[in-house]
Design a protein around this ligand. Structure first.
Ligand SMILES: [Zn+2]
Ligand SMILES: [Zn+2]
Length: 217
């Protein structure tokens, strides 16, 4: 009898932990059908259907070059930006009327809407922001200026009396919401969800660079 072959998979850590369990789609590029790495591949936003599509690297690169012109598929960038001087304080949460400690914000170009999304006891809650609220809450942030519509999001988290703000790929925000949907309890999320969030934000903090550092690369 032969020993069964054991496949060793990469350690479930960092963002992979969050992307892996949610993606129950086939392990192929949704544009060309090429096989892709289930735990590590790029995504595109299908702006017509407001959905994420899994993509192989060549397709992602192709649409990265041509997508800026407003095509249906836009490649989600892989940059993570931080701005230590973002100047956002407690007031931002009141202005935005977000009852929980984590939320993300993005601009939907085709509907010309500003959208806030956050986990809650009822699942992911989405609300539309009017432009003046967006402007007074986030308008002074450099990261808000750099935000690419549809494909990137501002991710805010309240930690005690501080607010953290990152510019991140929009796909990880959907993964976060999916993850939180499974774990979130009550308004503070409960211990498991909070531990999960901490790991998630630790990973983002490690990857994120300032806009100046990003330009120098
Ligand atoms: Zn492809
Ligand atoms: Zn995928």
């Amino acid at each position: 009898m032969s020993t069964p072959h054991t496949r060793t998979s990469p350690p479930a850590s960092g963002l992979r932990r969050f992307t892996a369990p949610r993606m129950s789609r086939p392990e192929v590029c949704e544009l060309c059908g090429a096989p892709i790495d289930d735990g590590n591949h790029r995504h595109m936003v299908d702006t017509e259907n407001r959905a994420l599509a899994c993509a192989c690297t060549p397709c992602a690169m192709l649409f990265e070059q041509s997508g800026a012109g407003g095509g249906r598929f836009r490649t989600v960038p892989d940059r993570y930006l931080t701005d230590p001087d973002h100047g956002l304080d407690q007031g931002v949460w009141e202005l935005l009327q977000i009852p929980v400690s984590v939320a993300f914000f993005f601009r939907n170009a085709s509907l010309d809407r500003l959208v806030a999304l956050y986990p809650s006891p009822a699942g992911a809650t989405e609300s539309e922001l009017d432009p003046s609220t967006w402007q007074s809450a986030l308008g002074n942030s450099r990261l808000a200026e750099l935000l690419e519509p549809d494909v990137e999001a501002l991710l805010l988290r309240r930690v005690e009396d501080r607010t953290e703000c990152y510019l991140v790929p929009v796909d990880i925000c959907y993964e976060l919401v999916g993850r939180m949907r499974m774990l979130w309890q009550g308004f503070d999320g409960g211990a498991e969800a909070r531990a999960d969030l901490t790991a998630f934000f630790d990973h983002i903090a490690q990857r994120a660079v300032t806009p100046e550092e990003a330009r120098r690369r």
